[in-house]
Design a binder for this molecule. Sequence first.
Ligand code: PEP
Ligand code: MG
Length: 586
Amino acid sequence: MILLKGIAVSPGIAIGEAFILDDQRRRIPRRTVPQTLLPREHQRLDTALAASIKELSSVRQRTNDELGQEAAKIFAFHIGMLSDPSLTKPMHALIDSDLVTAEYAVFATFQQLAERFAGLGDAAFKTKVDDVYDLSIRLLKHLIGEHASKLANLKHRAIVLARDLTPSQAAAFNKSHVLAFVTEAGGRTGHTGIFARALQIPAVVAVPDATSVVTEGTPVIVDGETGTILLNPDDRTLRMYQARAERRRLFNISLSDLRDLPAVTKDGAAIELMGNIEFPEEIPSVIGSGGLGVGLYRTEYLYLASDAEPTEEQHFEAYSRCVELLEGRPLTIRTMDLGADKYTQERAENPERNPMMGCRSIRYCLQNQPMFKRQLRAILRASALGPVRVMFPLVTTPAEFRRARFFLNDVMEDLREEGLTYDPNIKVGMMVEVPAAALIADLFAEQADFFSIGTNDLVQYTLAVDRTNELVAGMYNPANPAVVQLIKNTVQAANKAGIPVSCCGESAGELDTALLLIGLGLRSLSASHASLPAVKRMIRSVTIQHCEQVAQKVARLDSDVAASTYLRDVTRKIIPEAFDGRAVED
Ligand code: PEP
Ligand code: MG
């Protein structure tokens, strides 16, 4: 039995077989083979080379017929490379000298070649790097199969292990087949976690070497509470985890009794609980979990789930579907938050050096006006059908907010001229997720109709800790006193101006940080539907005074670790069932 450790980002226990999702430019682990099996590896390599050449010949023929001789030349070049002994010989030699698998020999040889091309400095050679990768992927496909690289091809229920999971990959797979996610990259609030929580699938991220240590088909246990991964578990461990999974199931059933009860503290304060969604299909689960509406609709998933930018009609279809499913409950549509971790930089024409600080979110929309206006038109049209609010992400300066609002007004005018209906009094809010905005929240409160605090980004930008980087994941902490101060400032500014303020970051769905947020004055929380029942249970078990005392203590602690340990201990005492029945840490 092997134990791996990572960061738990979505609760629950999964027991099943491993499915390795390879990324395109993956690293092939260096696996050795016994001397006696070397002939088999040489044979595998030759077969893969022959199959790739055959495949390329038919692609060349087809391209020649459809696009002409010139276009087909590239495939002639590929065939030439695969037949060239100066490339094939070193691969065979590596198998013999290092006793490695054929796939590793392919990977290492092509990697070296790509590095040589990349290092030549000449732009013409640099483009050859892509050819080299392309060829190595083709060869590897014949050696280890393509099936392992595509989530959409996952045909049985399995635990998916990947180097990283891009939002578009996560959006495209068959959800009923994934028992759990394990990734080598990622942090607490990256999109693997957000997705997994939305789908109620356990997930653990930042597990070093997960895809090279585990082989396909290995029995695995994923513990989404503690971040533990167990490979080849023994019978005793397996029984223990089966029992825990059963206790968790019973806890979830007990939570479903709360569905129709209000989220009110013991001393009578009502907390508004809303759901975060990525897709309209999640709305029945939000309502089923007791959510009063949608506090955050991450509309960029419309974009990420397909290869093309959505049309106005596609936007409108999604939003009107939400309004319909919500049956009169409020819908908060956030305009597209593309960029950084939500836009694979490979898709970008000019990849940015530092995308987290780059042209993302509202900045991207303001620079891509036709796209932005298409979305605003659809949002406004949907506002004629039910209670819709619109909110802009990553607003940093009041001028930026004014510009975004200006576009909205412009679009209103267009719609009016076209005789299309919309809500002229639509509430226009903003996410407070950049420290600059939190610091001058009072100025923003004069312009925005509501605030929604995005702790996922607020923590990242306040602490200068990339939310998706496993190397600094230990430093990512919403209970950090600096973050607490910014949240407090934002809530106070909103209350003073009399505008609603909510929190829609993952902290709103975590029991310990939700308690802190209530103590800091928040009375509206929006989280993944899977978190809502337990948060409601916590709310119904505390008083506002207790939450405030906890928040005051956290604000006084000067250590992040002390703050989160304290919060966890307090929460564990309030709701031990959420911690596997243990009121104190083992
Ligand atoms: C946030 O930053 O807290 C947030 C809710 O937005 P996202 O996670 O989509 O960036
Ligand atoms: Mg954000």
